[in-house]
Design a binder for this molecule. Sequence first.
Ligand code: ADP
Ligand code: MG
Length: 374
Amino acid sequence: KTERIEKLIALQERILSHMPTGLLAVDASMRIGFVNSAAEHLLGIRAEEVSGKLVSEVLSGLLPFFDVTGSVSSHSRLQQVVEVQLGTNKQLLRGDVAMLKEGEAFGALLHGEAVEGCVLLFQDVTKLISLEDKIRQNEKLAAVGQLAAGIAHEIRNPLAGMSASIEMLRSSLPKEVVAGENLKLMDIAIREIDRLNRLITDFLDYVKPQKTAAEKVDVRKQISEVLFSLRTTQKPGVIQSLKGGIPIPASVELKENCPDPVFALASGEKLRQVLWNLIINAMQAMSQSGVVEVGCKNESEQLVKLWVRDQGQGLSEQALAHLYEPFFTTKEKGTGLGLATVYKLVEAFQGEIKVVSKQGEGTLFEVFLPRAGL
Ligand code: ADP
Ligand code: MG
């Protein structure tokens, strides 16, 4: 019998010291008894340093778990979360206090004597709680996003009506009226309507759910299509509205570098959107003439790579830090939604985006996408 009891005690000790939950035994006068290794780890203490000392002296942060008067309360408590300051960082502990009655086996946790006291069982829930907060925040954002998308959509129709009305006035009013100051005002109205339209288009692109079934996409074909439409629209006046009124030098050369067939698992439309955003940014980054190179290649068995390289101003520290954040822009008329959208699109296809930039020399955006089988 004695042997069995000894074995049981050994087992109990093994369990207590190996369990991931922190355990701290306290006697009726709030002196610390047994401390398991999880508790040592979670609280950053050593058992031999705190054993026999008062909780209020060495671990006052834990007092809220016990009775406020500092003595062991007679009833068990429900789980509670307490913020504990440990050294420089704050931790959130979730814990339970259980009473130890005289003569109970757990009483042995207190200096080997079967006296009254209690045990505190606790876990570190700092990460869990911040994760819960984040999820709640995301849910809120998703709801706000949906609302904003709905409103953005509704703004479009009246905008179209407004610019059509101004165009009508312009063509039906007598020539003498549509001149000078009046003409300028009409132009301003149309330009501002254009700008709002662009912002709304970019915004809706950004919030649109990006879940699209991936299919086999001919990357070379998408690149040459985008470059073709950019080249043909790059006439004075046309590009003005395309580019959101941000000037690009007239002599930007668009170079294609796709020697081999490349197939990705993505969506053609989304891929064009990615390319479009990256190339427009590249063109806008150049104040003088220069080359924008757009290329693709098979990177490995699993990946394809496409890239857009410019010889523009490069990215500032600040731009590097906030590049993919929605609404981050350094352009007077920018929306800051281009790269945020690119990021979301690439992510939706389990791809990756990398950027290399040198100030004054240029920027290289690389997009990696899963490779489609032949
Ligand atoms: P927007 O073009 O409306 O400003 P983007 O999300 O497309 O928004 O880009 C965000 C910012 O990142 C830009 O305002 C610019 O500062 C920087 N940026 C993006 N692409 C380039 C590039 N190729 N060269 C230099 N800066 C760039
Ligand atoms: Mg942009």
